[in-house]
Design a protein around this ligand. Structure first.
Ligand code: COA
Length: 260
């Protein structure tokens, strides 16, 4: 499989997708999301893939969020589709027929954190940093973050992280159940391959049935919750503060929010 923004390789039934925009800290632009959707569609039918690992290129970042240059162009009309497009790709990961492991090798912020949270479980390097900094940009998480962070870590941790925009380190992420294992950066991929190898050695039909059964607890309400998040996201895309927050990032200056 050849992509501009992804590297994809398969060995011993384990496929690795590497997000590959290192100069932009693997920020998720429209091209990357489309290519991720195409890769997932093909891999879901691939009998050689019995476990999937998603990671970021370089040692600094898993993914630093939605591409803010593209995000800045959203308004209240286009914001809904912007959110739904990302949500649908991440839903494909959550619904993927074999276990998906996020190998979080650095920043997992905004859409990057949301991508990691849509994977079935997360291993993190000691230098990993997680956060939903959208409020700093005058916006809210729109790729499922309000739902999945709450589901994974509970209302209190999710509210603290989303409403303050703070970054948390790998140690705290493990304490609150966001990641299952923390390892030194140089051991991250080998640790993920080790657990993926255990999975690929199990009965494939039983592994997929286990995923289906685990998903049962939240699937009936998931779609409605995602649509509610996308509506709020779109509403906030219509505000002056959203334009100010994203422009301030692009112009590398402090924000001046006016609550309008
Ligand atoms: N969208 C678009 N570009 C991004 C980006 C994003 N989400 N995150 C980082 N980049 C770009 C930067 O603009 C910079 O590009 P440039 O070299 O052309 O100026 C490059 O990636 C490197 O980032 P930089 O900010 O210089 O690195 P840093 O080490 O100083 O800071 C972060 C790292 C992650 C703290 C910082 O990049 C950041 O805050 N990113 C935005 C995170 C965010 O708000 N995500 C949610 C988006 S909804």
């Amino acid at each position: 499989m050849n992509f501009n923004t992804l590297l994809v390789s398969t060995e011993n039934y384990i496929t690795t997708i590497t997000l590959n925009r290192p100069d932009k800290l693997n920020a998720l632009n429209a091209e990357l999301l489309l290519e991720l959707q195409q890769a997932l569609t093909q891999l879901a039918l691939d009998s050689q893939t019995r476990a999937l690992i998603i990671t970021g290129s370089g040692v600094k970042s898993f993914a630093a969020g939605a591409d803010i240059e593209e995000l800045h162009t959203c308004d209240a009309d286009s914001g809904f589709e912007f959110a739904r497009r990302g949500q649908k790709v991440f839903d494909m990961i959550e619904n993927f027929p074999v276990p998906v492991i996020a190998a979080v090798n650095g920043f997992a912020l905004g859409g990057g954190c949301e991508l990691a949270m849509s994977c079935h479980f997360r291993y993190a390097a000691t230098n990993a940093k997680f956060g939903q900094p959208e409020v700093k940009l005058g916006i809210i998480p729109g790729y499922g973050g309000t739902q999945r962070l709450t589901r994974h870590c509970g209302v209190a941790h999710a509210t603290e992280i989303i409403c303050s925009g703070i970054m948390i380190d790998a140690e705290r992420a493990q304490q609150i159940g966001l990641v299952s294992t923390v390892v030194p950066q140089e051991e991250l991929m080998s640790s993920c391959i080790e657990i993926a190898s255990k999975i690929t050695a199990m009965a494939p039909l039983a592994v997929t049935a286990s995923l289906n059964a685990i998903r049962e607890q939240f699937m009936p309400t998931n779609e409605e919750c995602m649509i509610a998040e996308a509506r709020e996201f779109a509403r906030i895309c219509g505000t002056q503060d959203f334009k100010e927050g994203t422009l301030a990032f692009l112009e590398k200056r402090a924000t001046n929010f006016v609550a309008a």
